[in-house]
Design a binder for this molecule. Structure first.
Ligand SMILES: Nc1nc2c(ncn2[C@@H]2O[C@H](COP(=O)(O)OP(=O)(O)OP(=O)(O)O)[C@@H](O)[C@H]2O)c(=O)[nH]1
Ligand SMILES: [Mg+2]
Length: 229
């Protein structure tokens, strides 16, 4: 079997498992979002700020993926919500099998929102469906405004782009408007929210978006939107 055939087989197997996860999320009314970015764009710090703003009765959990270390899970666990680290060894993305395995001992009836932090990589994670409701791509102001054009797949597949580290705009040669234009060239309907996890700018808009995205899943199922805690 040549390499292309092997890759196709792996992706097909992943797709089957991803559909099973999607069905589980549907059955249990869990909204799952998949955060993807280059290493260090600010996924974990944004999630720290996100969990910090959630009340104790929020039914949220996080799976966070990395090649090595439990660092991100440790950073996220201190907010009291269920968090698990997925260590991939050498693999540059999460796949549906890893997600299924790490969900085994969680009762999805206790969750409304599952946040997946993918392995830091703009390429591989875009090919792997995790059964999520949507992908969210983060682009930070230190990465260059051309990234949506260089790595179009993930920008094309993401519902939302978070332009992160906007507190650094005065100090870095980054044309934020051009970055937004480039993202829209690849995906005209992409939503874009500017955020800074250090100053807090844009975090209210992000939290609103997340709440609405979660509620839209309940609305699609004819269930009342969950009240904010
Ligand atoms: N100035 C500034 N720094 C930030 C911001 N968000 C994250 N950082 C810093 O960027 C670095 C990487 O942040 P992380 O949240 O660990 O990034 P990540 O995307 O989770 O990284 P990986 O999981 O390794 O891919 C850390 O030093 C953060 O403190 C921000 O909004 N502004
Ligand atoms: Mg991280």
């Amino acid at each position: 079997m040549n390499r292309v055939e092997v890759e196709k087989k792996v992706l097909n197997e992943n797709q089957v498992l991803a559909e099973q996860l999607r069905q589980r999320y549907r059955d249990h009314q869990v909204c799952c979002v998949n955060l993807i970015s280059a290493p260090g764009s600010g996924k974990t710090l944004l999630l720290e700020r996100t969990l910090e703003r959630m009340g104790p009765t929020e039914r949220v959990a996080v799976l966070t993926g990395d090649l090595q270390t439990e660092n991100d899970a440790k950073r996220l666990a201190r907010f009291g919500f269920p968090v698990k680290q997925i260590i991939t060894g050498g693999t540059c993305h999460l796949d549906a099998k890893m997600i299924g395995k790490h969900l085994q001992d969680w009762d999805l009836n206790n969750l409304d929102l599952l946040i997946v932090e993918n392995v830091g990589n703009l390429v591989c994670p875009s090919s792997y469906d995790l059964g999520e409701d949507c992908k969210i791509v983060l682009l930070s102001t230190t990465e260059g405004e051309d990234k949506p054009l260089k790595y179009p797949s993930i920008f094309a597949k993401s519902e939302l782009m978070l332009l992160t580290k906007i507190d650094l705009l005065p100090y870095v040669p980054f044309d934020a408007e051009l970055a937004r234009e480039n993202a829209r060239r690849v995906h005209p309907q992409i939503r874009i929210i500017d955020v800074s996890s250090t100053t807090g700018e844009g975090l209210d808009r992000w939290m609103d978006w997340l709440q609405q995205r979660r509620n839209s899943k309940f609305a699609d199922a004819g269930l009342p939107a969950r009240a904010e805690n």
